[in-house]
Design a protein around this ligand. Sequence first.
Ligand code: ADP
Ligand code: MG
Length: 548
Amino acid sequence: MLHILEAELAGQLAAGEAIDRPAAVARELVENALDAEARRITIALQAGGTSWLRVSDDGHGIAADEIALVGTRHVTSKLASLDELATIATHGFRGVALASIAAVARLTISSRTADAAAATELRLANGTLQHRRLHAAPIGTSVTVEQLFYTMPQRRRFLHGIRAEAAAVIAIATHYALIAPHVAFSVIVDGCSALATSGCGQLRAALAAIYGAAVASAMIDVAHDQRAAPGAPRIHGLLAPPGHSRRGRDGIHLALNRHAIAARGRLPAVVEAAYRGMLAPGDHPIAVLNVDMDPADVDRFGRTMHRSVRPQAESFVSAALFRASRAALTGRRGVALPLNPAPTAPADMPTTTGWRPIGQYAGRYIIAEAEQGLAIIDQRGADIAGRRMALLAQWRAGGPLRRSLEPALAVPLDDRRLARLLAQAAALQRWGFTFDEFGPGIIVRHAPAELTALQIGQVLATLGTAAEATADVIALAIAEATAVAVGIALSPGEIGAIVARWCLSQDHDEPGTGPAIAWLTPAHIATLMRHEEVHQHRAGMPPPQASA
Ligand code: ADP
Ligand code: MG
């Protein structure tokens, strides 16, 4: 028999679908904080966020006379008419998140606007007001969600363990911390800090807080191609070079006009495709890319609470994303985008590397398979060639990330080297080196972030003998100082990274500058095998006397 569901039950079912785990709550509350122009967002949780989760922000707050409406379905301050939908820039606009959370959990909301003397706090349970009070609190909003799914106990069965739920919340915070580096995010799990970014606005700084300084400094800039057609999507951000990959796909952070793009979808796959041939099997890149495009070209109708934004002409955006990523990874500037969207599927994207690394021999050669046969590659030579090109690409993009040395590093130099280095100081500054004359040598105050103290000394001593410190000469000196030494055992990942980086540099290598390679061609191997066969055959033959 057909009947219409009671409003309360219908609301709970709809809410249960959208709010399926603590991370979904965190996402909605973080998006509200971002919409309120917060500069500091703190997420605290206990028991994976199922028993207690609080998101506090320093945004503009909710006026005391409006706060009572919160938790009512379709109450929003963001959208008033359908026309606005095309240009709306906020994350939310439907007014369903807080109502949905209130339908499945106990919700306490406390908020204070700049012109209010105190904060107003409301506590809701089952969608009804339990109490309201004034209390002292800073400007901003704090939403506490307790006993998630107490109205729908069956939903709890679908939750993963406490650790997995906490990890999912951290993943959400990570994502937004990278998309919005001007906001300081912190996550506190069971009283311990699990994530903290400074909110200084520098994407590399946010990356360093999450993935470590080594990854952050190695990231390659993806800059918008100035020659791209007007109206083409603008892609900018950072990509990790092949050596800094991850075992999971969770390192790909994409945003469309600063809104998160779902981690599993076509666009993240396109970024992975740009790495084709550069990563070992099972490895995934780290990437933070933002696509900026006309808001009118973004599908906002399709955006439900638990799904993220999508561009309307997805293949157009895919092609732009692929080109920009590939160009950055190969150190090349992108080609101008066609005015008409070219439907380029990731499947028919070019691969530049036909190399399959197999392993290492004698601590100094990389064995790899290529079309021509089996290659025995001078490992250090390949590493130097790849690093040199990657460094030149970084230099063209404004120079490698530098770090300040504290304490400053004294490098003793003879008079001749000292004079040369002082003459090259300006050129070296673009590479991140700053130094002053000091004693019989120099004192180095800044250096490229990836160099150790020993390597800084090596590079500067080498450059002190160079006639002229051109970009090429400096890149080579840094590459030589950082490349893997002979006799070091490498992991498959490291071998893959060296080969991938070197492959990218091949197009640019002047003849005679790459590593030494010895080839075993299929014909060569066949000849050797035949030789061996004949040999074995003879050896296996009974001696003539015995057969007689
Ligand atoms: P939506 O974000 O789609 O408008 P929500 O249910 O998420 O719907 O929020 C309802 C309204 O409550 C928002 O439109 C906003 O006016 C207000 N609000 C919610 N969270 C905050 C916050 N952290 N700071 C300021 N206002 C908020
Ligand atoms: Mg919202």
